[in-house]
Design a protein around this ligand. Structure first.
Ligand code: ATP
Ligand code: MG
Length: 330
């Protein structure tokens, strides 16, 4: 561990997943807000292998040396080191006295797409475009580094007040849920699984493309795109709908609810049953739905937006410091 666990002050709970709780925390030496994911840790061996895996994953993605000097960690927290625009950064992981593993990551203050869905979804296609583009670019980054996300769903797409959209929680952390939570993990997750995964077949990056399609459609509709009538039999309902039926017609809902032709076509391409037919991230990024607004936000309004977001972030840090009696340098 390079970062000192006692430097983190837990502020509030951000949410709860299958693995455990996620907290908003303040890294006191740098006055940086971070997200801390608390995972139950069965054994030290398991923890060590998780840490190793996380490290490899992120140092590769972030283009950092694997054994960073402490200063580099600090710069990373201060946002000075490279930070991907589309993948949530990992900072460090350590174990606590209470027997948990804390995974420290970049804090995204705009909530997740699941929050957006719970509030009714989003019919504004410019915003949807920004979301789809963020996810596609995040997946492209992962796929180019030979990683699969494996768990793309609305709860794992996070937003910043600056309009950034990033993918979180890929690959590793989910293997950690203790076996008693396994059923819950499974339920939370298989809704966004591709047909080939539901069937238990081999899968590749195209499986993440399916997740992108379903996530985008759910964000537009404000609900999961297929009605599950019996929660206890959800797996079999999914199996019937996406594996057995010849055609699922999920994308028809776009037009039924007033969406554009381009959005419908984008969703249709992602949700093809045969993974080989689904486009790659590179192809998707050239799709008319994403091409429409690429240059629309001018540089001027971009700067303004980022300035505004910075102010909100600073205000959030100041508020936390005040509430918790942390000294804030003037
Ligand atoms: P899973 O356990 O399958 O990943 P999940 O994504 O719902 O399911 P968590 O990853 O534990 O569960 O996250 C729970 C919630 O905490 C998320 O829905 C999100 O609202 C919030 N959250 C997670 N990571 C961050 C982060 N880096 N910044 C801000 N909020 C976060
Ligand atoms: Mg998650």
């Amino acid at each position: 561990t390079m970062l000192v666990p006692s430097d983190f002050l837990l502020i509030s709970e951000l949410g709860m997943g299958a693995g455990g709780r996620v907290y908003k925390a303040l890294h006191q030496p740098t006055l940086t807000l971070v997200a801390v994911k608390e995972l139950p840790m069965a054994s030290a061996k398991k923890r060590d292998s998780l840490k190793k895996e996380l490290k490899v994953l992120y140092t590769q993605l972030q283009g950092l040396a694997e054994d960073k000097p402490k200063e580099e960690y600090m710069d990373m927290l201060r946002g000075k080191a490279f930070r991907s625009n589309h993948v949530v950064s990992f900072y460090d992981a350590y174990s606590t006295e209470a027997g948990f593993c804390h995974v420290v990551m970049e804090y995204m203050n705009g909530g997740s797409l699941q929050d957006l869905i719970d509030k009714g979804g989003c019919r504004n296609e410019d915003l949807l475009r920004n979301i789809a583009r963020g996810i596609a670019k995040g997946l492209k980054e992962l796929h180019e580094n030979k990683f699969l996300h494996r768990d793309l769903k609305p709860a794992n797409v996070l937003m910043g007040t600056d309009g950034k959209v990033k993918v979180a929680d890929f690959g590793v952390s989910r293997d950690l849920a203790s076996s008693k939570d396994l059923a819950k993990t499974f339920i939370g997750t298989f809704l966004y699984m591709s047909p080939e995964r539901i069937k238990g077949e081999d899968y590749d990056g195209k499986s993440d493309i399916w997740g992108l399609g379903m996530t985008l459609l759910a964000s537009f509709l404000g609900r999961f795109p297929h009605e599950i009538s019996n929660k206890n039999a959800a797996y079999w309902e999914m199996y019937d709908k996406f594996v057995s039926e010849d055609s699922h017609h999920m994308e028809d809902q776009v037009r039924a609810f007033g969406g554009s032709q381009e959005l419908e076509d984008f969703v249709r391409l992602c949700l093809q049953k045969d993974p080989a037919e689904r486009p790659s991230t590179a192809l998707l990024l050239e799709h008319p739905f994403l091409a429409i607004g690429e240059g629309r936000i001018t540089a001027a309004s971009d700067t303004e937006r980022i300035e505004q977001a910075k102010k909100i972030e600073i205000l959030e840090v100041v508020t936390c410091c005040k509430e918790h009696g942390v000294k804030f340098p003037r």
